[in-house]
Design a protein around this ligand. Sequence first.
Ligand SMILES: C[S@@+](CC[C@H](N)C(=O)[O-])C[C@H]1O[C@@H](n2cnc3c(N)ncnc32)[C@H](O)[C@@H]1O
Length: 312
Amino acid sequence: MADLHQPVLLEEVVSGLQPLVPGLLVDVTIGLGGHALALLTAYPDCSLLGLDRDPQALDHAGKRLDCFAGRTTLVCSPFARMPEVLAATDSPSPVAVLADLGCSSLQLDSPDRGFSFSADGPLDMRMGASGPSAADLVNTAEPEVLMRILWDYGEERRARAIVRALVRQREAGLIETTGELSRLVQGVLGRRPGSKIHPATRTFQALRIAVNDELGQLEAFLEPAVRALAPEGKIGVISFHSLEDRIVKHTLRRLAGKAPTPPGPPIPDQAPPALIRILTRRPIRPSDQEVENNPRARSARLRIAQRLGDSG
Ligand SMILES: C[S@@+](CC[C@H](N)C(=O)[O-])C[C@H]1O[C@@H](n2cnc3c(N)ncnc32)[C@H](O)[C@@H]1O
């Protein structure tokens, strides 16, 4: 099971995050430990702090990284709380931080986790062990809230029709399984002949983002993570859809002192000082070969930035 998740852009992550001095590497989405294993192997003088909000993932990562136990600390936490975890573990400023966003194959492929429209299971979708599930959301949220979720996070143009069908259905009885939801969406949208994309893809993506507050987590994580870096330390973020990548791109640009300036004469002492330089002018994309071997890598984009040294 632990080998099922193929880490994306592995070589690019390992070379792009190469630390200038030995120190602490932080993998805030340790998942099944694929990137962490490669980083620990490549940088034998570094130690690693691994976070994940999913206790099952930490369990797998712990087993996989057993031979590095002396250099590895694992903590169950959402990554927005990275600064608190660094403080609680008495950690030094990291020389590199990696976030590989989204779900692992362990989550996507386990029907009982409720992420998949292709295998029937409870409509859950929680990466962590707490909080409302996707079933709670579809059965209790106001129609306007559901519409916004499908529209904003799934870019689902037929959001209104889907929500109308959801509301009709939940008046008749709760929607409790992934199968029930995917059949309902397919009933509304139909299935384009020959299309490989399931009609419920966007609805499932939207609900998953909402259930796990994925964009809120990312927004809360990025700037404090940059500020936590050691001088010359690097941060790498792999995103899988445009909503995430937009947040990463704009936040890094702002922290690099490239925020769009308001119209009018420049106000020098209000310009935010640059904290980082961006090392990837364009995001790094997987090669055709990688996508062929691992179709889940196809939408991955890696952006890397480096904290400026003490002298700026
Ligand atoms: C794509 S997988 C990471 C795979 C990992 N890089 C590997 O090589 O095995 C993403 C992981 O991040 C975790 N995750 C997603 N959002 C999180 C968050 N806000 N806080 C902590 N962990 C999160 C998920 O639970 C999942 O295990």
